[in-house]
Design a protein around this ligand. Structure first.
Ligand SMILES: *Cc1c(COP(=O)(O)O)cnc(C)c1O
Length: 394
């Protein structure tokens, strides 16, 4: 029997016992009016923080003018957003959808259609251990986490898995598999525990893909849109992907995903091959266009790089020599603090201290603060978090 209101929800999440009613910048307020420092930003979504005045007014303006028309008609906001994302990334065309999983579905469909057009039967996509690509059947099949897959068999076939971070493992596949068409990889793994590969990893993957005529497809759903201190994580190096997927930070919380592509991959979808009722509607595109404009005007890439470097350095200084601390790593405002033991309990302890953090891959405290976080807020975060981690490990 349903006794509480929350019983009417399918129990897909073990939710923390707090409900927020209002936000402002890097702060959230619960039903009792208690104030929390948000170091998670809705899982890398609220890059502009909460209730950013320019976003609020742009959304009000757009909602009062036009929310949705369907993709049966031309949508100027969508065209403008595609142009903006292509010029920021160096890619050629964009397809818009409503989530990260959907963006990756589009990428997987592009890879399969490219293979089909080349006469390759049973095409395969190389994916990584510990990866996360979403919860739809194809994307959970691509995901390198058994917990995400268990019970949903039969999985979608056509994925070949190798360890993350090893370009050699990918190169080895080239000699055995004649039907590979693409490599799908996160530049830095988020859900997998904030895993940062060697700096030349993508360059090496690019070379292998070029040598074998495979598509290099980057899942930047978590790392894209300024999170790492560049617009896209691949821009820390000098390569271009063939396909890139985006979602989380793109619409600042208004659902929107994108699959960008260049070259042959950008020309593969023709009318009838893919679509979305909501994808790229004027409202969602206004949210994304405003997000990108505020990021540029307010120098949020620079801020993400600067505040992220401060948080990592300050945490390292405060936790130096503490037994049980394995590593502090990250790039910009995606930060992982790996401990030597499972630390899921730290999330509740942080909540009690009015701080929102996350733990992923059992032993990694993950921080994904809003890109607008100030130095003062970051200093408060590191002070409180370091004390919490120190007490937890002692
Ligand atoms: C969150 C995430 C996804 C899935 O995005 P949804 O919007 O939840 O479907 C896919 N890939 C990566 C790397 C992610 O972090």
């Amino acid at each position: 029997m349903n006794t509480k209101m929350s019983d009417y929800l399918m129990q897909t999440y073990a939710r923390l016992p707090v409900a927020f009613v209002r936000g402002e910048g890097a702060w959230l307020f619960d039903e009792q009016g208690e104030k929390y420092l948000d170091a998670l930003a809705g899982i890398a979504v609220n890059g502009l923080g909460h209730a950013h005045p320019r976003l609020v007014s742009a959304l009000c303006e757009q909602a009062g003018r036009l929310i949705h028309t369907s993709n049966l008609y031309q949508i100027r906001e969508q065209e403008r957003l595609a142009l903006r994302l292509c010029s920021l990334s160096g890619l050629d065309r964009a397809f818009f959808c409503n989530s990260g999983a959907e963006a990756n579905e589009a990428a997987i469909k592009i890879a399969r259609l490219v293979a089909h057009n080349r006469g390759i039967e049973n095409p395969a996509i190389v994916v990584m251990e510990k990866s996360f690509h979403g919860r739809t059947l194809a994307t959970l099949s691509a995901t390198g986490n058994r917990k995400v897959q268990a019970g949903f068999e039969p999985l979608v076939t056509g994925f070949v898995r190798v360890p993350f971070g090893s370009a050699e493992a990918v190169a080895t596949l080239a000699s055995h598999h004649k039907n590979i068409v693409a490599v799908l990889v996160e530049p830095y793994q988020g859900e997998g525990g904030v895993q940062i590969p060697q700096a030349d990893y993508l360059t090496k993957l690019r070379r292998i893909c070029d040598e074998n005529a495979w598509l290099l497809m980057l899942d930047e759903v978590q790392t894209g849109i300024g999170r790492t201190g560049h617009w896209f994580a691949f821009q820390h190096g000098s390569i271009l992907p063939d396909v890139m997927t985006l979602a989380k930070g793109l619409g600042s919380g208004v659902p929107i995903g994108a699959c960008l592509a260049r070259g042959i991959a950008a020309e593969t979808f023709v009318p009838g091959k893919h679509g979305s009722t909501f994808g790229g509607n004027p409202f969602a595109c206004a949210a994304a266009l405003t997000t990108l404009q505020v990021m540029e005007d307010d120098l949020l890439l620079e801020n993400a790089a600067k505040i992220g470097a401060f948080i990592r350095a300050d945490l390292l200084q405060r936790l130096e020599g503490v037994a049980g601390l394995r590593e502090i790593r990250g790039q910009g405002l995606i930060i992982g603090i790996e401990l030597d033991r499972p630390c899921g309990d730290l999330v509740k302890q942080a909540l009690a201290e009015k701080m929102l953090i996350n733990v992923t891959n059992d032993t990694v405290v993950r921080l994904l603060p809003p890109l607008i976080m100030t130095h003062e807020e970051a200093a408060l975060l590191t002070e409180k978090l370091a004390a919490l981690i120190r007490a937890f490990l002692e």
